[in-house]
Design a protein around this ligand. Sequence first.
Ligand code: ASP
Length: 312
Amino acid sequence: MTGDIFLEAGALGMPAVVIHGGAGEFGRLSSPAQLAGLEQDLSDALGAGWDVLDAGGRALDSVVEAVACMEASGNFNCGRGAVATSQGTVETDAAVMDGMSGSFGAICAATWPDSPVRAARAVMALGGPAEGPILLAGAGADRFCENTGLAPRVPSSLCGEGVVPVSRSGTVGAVAVDRDGHLATATSTGGRLGKLPGRVGDSPIAGAGTWADDRSVAVSATGEGESFLVAGFAHRVDWCVTQGAPLSAALGDALASVRSRGGHGGAIVLARDGRFAVAFDTFAMARGWRGRSCSTVRPVHRDENGPADAQT
Ligand code: ASP
């Protein structure tokens, strides 16, 4: 079930990291204990991303660590917790993008990596946008991961092959700006529950579910990926911002385009000065943000604490 687009925004300064743990309906199904666990997972992921930034590290490393933390938890639809395909198998997608260099790396329909975001990071180290490849799929992605020495996947006891979770959150993502003012983003997902093997959504596609450019913003999306793909979601956010739109208005515009194509979900966006916005039209979206003087996690609801300045 979905409603109006819920917008939330604020200013964190530099450095800063913003994460999401998926948009969807999971909040309706979760027990208080499960929600407390989700809140802890989000706090851990924020901490992993923040520690990199606080030590003077790069935004790119921050988003990889935050996302890898959620992949390892088994409680999100990514990495160890990825949902099953219609065949009961697991295929993961992930992407990273560096706003400073424009480098991008991604894998899709991969079965090998324990940490798909680290696999995406390894692909980024190959040829880059000029020479390629920037995206490896299926058996080729698995071979690359194995040959690169990346750890093989450890299925979660909570979900994945053969076991459909009753309560979970979704796709994960992170956007960060480091103390030098460089942006980065990462997104990781198991895709849609019961998807056809070989199906790939928006998450590993540059400009759809994942995008970072120091000249504009960093974006990570979650939701019904086919609609985000055909809407060119993250590129649309970028374009709106470069035309002068506030971050929340840019997210709202791009999400409206997704809705007009029958899709629902949400996204996070961050600018170089630490302004950020969140938008979603689902019942719930797990999210959190951290800067020098603020650390917040909101595991589920739309407006439990009221929106911040939605004009940011
Ligand atoms: N966007 C992801 C996909 O379509 C799924 C999600 O975010 O829940 O693969």
